[in-house]
Design a protein around this ligand. Sequence first.
Ligand code: SAM
Length: 276
Amino acid sequence: MTLLGPAEIRDLADLLGIQPTKKLGQNFVIDANTVRRIVKAAGVVAGQSVVEIGPGLGSLTLGLLETGASVVAVEIDNRLADQLPVTVQLFHPDAPLTVITQDAMTVTELPGTPSSLVANLPYNISVPVLLHFLEYFPGIETGLVMVQAEVGQRIAAEPGSKIYGSPSIKSAWYGNWRTAGQVSRQVFWPVPNVDSILVRFDRAERPGTEEERLATFALVDAAFQQRRKMLRQSLSVVLGDSAAASARLEAAGIAPTARGEELTVRDFLAVARAKA
Ligand code: SAM
């Protein structure tokens, strides 16, 4: 089976009269080796159900189907969503594909309980859409996404580093993340003005309940809205005042003078749970 290259991508775009839009983060992969690399790094196997966010013209979709996996593809642009089954039928007749034409941020049900998420994400919504899927679909055990390099490094960052922040901690709620290699700008059409990176995800047990997650995320947001401030100050916004914040932090075994970038997701959860 063949994958889409530069000529096929141009032909499809011409056929559909598509001018890729920045608003929807439409940078299409035109390189079969990159597609195979993503599929390999994702560890997709035959018979697996995979959800893909933003299939576009189908570059990655065909690579996923090539393994014998089934794909549920969520695409907001109805011209692309309508064309996808036609393209797949041409390259890989009768492959198990379901297309959902919808904003991925509003998807709350998926057919076939996908166990993996593989996507070249639209970079303007990459973190929120990832968190949304991990929250709504606990059956997703692993994932491999291509995102803007800076964003991927933030997601996978460890406490104490300059880039560690809200995306790192919120992602860590759902599992373990690591970067899995840079991707050249030249593999996209149009060529984006940012670098891309692969990020791998493996789900781990959630550290707390849904109520605790919401409380933890509210603390994380407050801590990183004023990331240079000590937690007794930054958390006073959500915990009342700095005395209340200090008491709560101490009850959780965290120094009130610490900064958010020093805390793990479990530390933030401890603060959410602590009764001062
Ligand atoms: N997967 C394709 C590839 O690798 O060539 C396309 C990736 S492109 C970076 C992002 C895709 O996400 C586009 O097809 C775009 O239309 C789609 N998209 C953007 N926002 C979306 C949303 N909110 N929900 C679903 N799809 C979206």
